[in-house]
Design a protein around this ligand. Structure first.
Ligand code: NAD
Length: 522
């Protein structure tokens, strides 16, 4: 702990004006804390004090008081405030994006892209603030009006994964807030500084609002952050009936636990879990496009996106050519400091992720796969540098086999290449795993593309044509089927998950007719 830099010492934190925030502390920490480490060097960035279950209890109580006032603020007015928050993210995009890179290890362009997603979703939420539409229905009873309206739900629990330390909160928080909910955010302990910075940006804007002044409630409590362990903070959040919705992003293992505990109290969950995403490549595909899409999908973010491309299902007519293209492209990928603009692949999040990648590669080889590039040798070569670096790996799967390891999500840049004889074979392989997040086909045939998009085609929440599996836009609903959890976040009508639907019937006549023509008594 003594080697820990002070918060004031880190220039990015100072640029984000979070140097004096109470959670970020220097080397001498009273009570439990977590050290945020730079995955590219293994060096500490700063320490963060960990919250207790008692702190969580207080935070939920504050978020509840804020909710009772925030829900009464007209939605378009809430949208105006979200617009100001979005503008603050615009102003601070560069230092915040660099903090994402520093703390999580994704390259600078992707760090900035992640903040851009938060800006985009804030803009989307502003528009939504005037579009939280309900339907009206024709009543079967004379002089009755029937309609449905959407009401705020309450304080929402948001649990996020390390790999999108800003944007996933943004997707949830901007939409939840415009719907009239307040937010309690438990981030990953790998990325507490990005969480503090992101949440502080929103809180600073809220503090300038005078909305709640007569009530003595801090408007900043619309956005509450609780950084703590799964035991002290995560589990109690799941069990707390004051949180009607838990939106959780992370592994399938975590999602199962969330579903179990929240389901037991009949609460709602929005689950965004692991993926095992495939690109199908037909013989008529544009090999240039495929190569670029595979590089971004399998190597980008060092394979640490939920939508990363993990399997390539290639028609036998193009497989040899494509493998040679990919081998050449993989050999020239600049790996290193994520803040260096020339770098295309940064480190994995920690040394355990490196060990997990090595184990997966060894298992794949034991199950019959052959190394095209990278492999254990590549992992050992990369280990010569400090930090959690690896070399991206391509493994070729023996024809007609499905090695069990290829059905698992290993959060690392491993690509399994299968050879197929037909689109039907590719679709069966693609859908033959437990996860159902993202999928893609590369083809110039309308017939193949439409077959892929048909009801008997891809079973995933995302299905793309001539676009890779990763890099979704915020305008669509984002999420996946099967073990990916079934939740939808971000655009389209995902906002409905953050509200409760109320069906209303108003009798403006002088009689009391019953539905279905029932007569009761007189
Ligand atoms: P993880 O499951 O280890 O942790 C995710 C979050 O859940 C963390 O904040 C963690 O502290 C919390 N958590 C874990 N157990 C908990 C419990 N019992 N109670 C409460 N909280 C608990 O995942 P990770 O390693 O941070 O992220 C990688 C995983 O996330 C991958 O599987 C990836 O596919 C998935 N992911 C999915 C999406 C999506 O939108 N589908 C997006 C990003 C990441």
């Amino acid at each position: 702990m003594t080697a820990t830099r002070t918060a004031q010492a880190h220039p990015l934190l100072a640029r984000l004006s979070i140097a004096t925030h109470g959670s970020v502390v220097d080397g001498t920490v009273d009570g439990p804390s977590v050290v945020s480490l730079n995955p590219a060097t293994g060096e500490p960035i700063a320490s963060v004090r960990l919250a207790s279950t008692v702190d969580l209890d207080g935070a939920i109580a504050r978020a509840h008081s804020a909710f009772e006032l925030w829900r009464d603020v007209p939605a378009p007015h809430r949208g105006e405030i979200i617009r100001l928050i979005g503008n603050e993210f615009r102003r601070l995009k560069e230092p915040l994006g660099e903090l994402v890179s520093l703390e999580m290890g994704k390259i600078r362009a992707e760090g900035l892209g992640e903040v851009q997603e938060t800006i985009d979703i804030a803009d989307f939420a502003v528009g939504l603030s005037r579009q939280l539409y309900g339907l009206s229905m024709h009543s079967e009873r004379a002089r009755h009006r029937m309609f449905e309206q959407w009401q705020p739900l309450g304080p929402i629990g948001i649990i996020t994964a390390f790999n999108f330390p800003c944007a996933v909160w943004g997707w949830n928080a901007m939409i939840a807030a415009v719907c009239g909910d307040t937010c309690i955010w438990k981030p990953s302990l790998f990325t507490p500084l990005t969480a503090i910075a992101s949440n502080e940006i929103a809180r600073r804007v809220m503090r300038e609002q005078t909305l709640f002044t007569p009530h003595g409630v801090d408007p900043a409590d619309v956005f509450t952050l609780v950084i703590g362990s799964d035991e002290a903070v995560g589990e109690p959040m799941l069990a707390d009936r004051r949180l009607p919705l838990i939106s959780a992003t992370g592994s399938c293992r975590m999602g199962r636990r969330v579903a179990e505990v929240v389901g037991k109290r009949l609460g709602r969950t929005l689950l965004e879990l692991g993926g095992n995403n495939a690109i199908t490549v037909m013989a008529d595909a544009d090999i240039e496009l495929v190569t670029r899409a595979v590089l971004f999908g399998a190597v980008g973010t060092a394979g640490q996106r939920c939508t990363s491309t993990r399997r390539l299902l290639v028609h036998e007519g193009i497989v040899e050519r494509l493998i040679e293209r990919l081998r050449a492209a993989y050999s020239s990928i600049p790996i290193g400091d994520p803040l260096n603009p020339k770098t295309l692949m940064g480190p994995l999040i920690d040394s355990r992720a490196v060990v997990a990648m090595r184990r997966a590669v060894e298992t794949a080889v034991a199950q019959g796969c052959t190394v095209v590039c990278g492999g254990v040798e590549g992992i050992e070569r990369a280990a010569a540098k400090p930090g959690n670096f690896v070399e991206p790996t391509i493994l070729r799967v023996p024809r007609g086999t499905v090695p069990p390891i290829t059905c698992e999500e290993t959060f690392a840049p491993i690509l399994y290449v299968f050879t197929v004889a037909s689109l039907d074979e590719a679709i069966a392989l693609q859908n033959g795993v437990d996860q159902g997040l993202s999928s893609a086909i590369f083809t110039d045939s309308v017939r193949s593309a439409e077959r892929f998009l048909s009801a008997a085609g891809s079973d995933c929440g995302i299905a793309n044509v001539n676009i890779g599996t990763s890099g979704a836009e915020i305008g669509g609903a984002f999420g996946g089927e099967k073990d990916t959890g079934g939740g939808r976040e971000s655009g389209s009508d995902s906002w409905k998950a953050y509200m409760r639907r109320q069906t209303c019937t108003v009798n403006w006549g002088g009689d009391l007719p019953l539905a279905q023509g029932i007569t009761f008594g007189t």
